[in-house]
Design a protein around this ligand. Structure first.
Ligand code: GLP
Length: 230
């Protein structure tokens, strides 16, 4: 697990976007796994700027998003589909057929789709304040494949800031499994200043499903970009 320390959110976003751009330039038909949450917004802004400058072409890129809420329509402003359209897809030249989101279909549908695309070349991750990646919550086991998950009370509480009423906050989501994420050839996890303590926990040589992101110790090419006050 490689740790890259940066000074602020702007640097975090630039470093993450550069890694994604480097991947796409090296392999124009890259398969990229994407994340939502507030942390990747700056990364996506940088990618959009690179595209607008004519430096980055998404015409052959395929994307697979990590997760989506259950029960929200795609045009719901809180859906992750809407988020991705708003922050990235509608500003770049990716063909719509190349964009993939998990959905409540057969359990192994999404994993098969990813495999058919050749597997994920680079997976971008954020991290939940309880250590979750995607929506793989702290549990007694690691789940391998994409599936419907019950969100932890702490996650529901954290997500409430985006909804008008507590009743509107989804209680379930569909998420890539830990195995789906770990199968990516390269992983880049971005953690803002609010997650600095969590990243310290993560760097301890302990792997536990109670801290789902700790599984990244087993990945051969995982980079954590973390904002630290130096
Ligand atoms: C949600 C997403 C995660 C994301 C997390 C952190 O829970 N499912 O993939 O990492 O939010 O969000 P933020 O970046 O806003 O802290």
């Amino acid at each position: 697990m490689k740790i890259v320390k940066v000074n602020n959110y702007e640097e975090l976003s630039a470093v993450a976007a550069d890694l994604i751009a480097k991947q796409i330039k090296a392999k124009p038909a890259s398969v990229i796994g994407l994340a939502t949450g507030s942390t990747p917004i700056g990364t996506y802004k940088n990618l959009v700027e690179m595209h607008k400058r004519g430096d980055l072409n998404f015409i052959k890129v395929k994307t697979f998003n990590l997760d989506e809420y259950c029960g929200l329509a795609r045009d719901d402003a809180q859906s992750y589909y809407y988020f991705m359209m708003d922050n990235l897809f509608k500003h770049i030249n990716i063909p719509k057929v190349n964009i993939h989101f998990p959905a409540e279909k057969d359990s192994d549908w999404y994993d098969k789709e990813i495999a058919q695309a050749g597997g994920i070349d680079l997976q971008l991750l954020g991290i939940g304040s309880n250590g979750h990646i995607g929506f793989n919550e702290p549990e007694d086991v690691f789940h391998k494949f994409t599936r419907v998950v019950d969100l932890a009370p702490s996650t529901i509480k954290a997500n409430a800031r985006f909804f008008k009423k507590m009743e509107d906050v989804p209680k379930t989501a569909i998420s890539m499994g830990i195995g789906t994420i770990m199968a990516a050839k390269k992983i880049v996890l971005i953690a803002g200043a609010d997650k600095a303590e969590l990243v310290k926990e993560l760097t301890k040589p302990v792997i536990s499903p109670q801290l789902p992101a700790s599984i990244l110790h087993f990945h051969p090419d995982a980079t954590i970009i973390t904002v630290t006050s130096r």
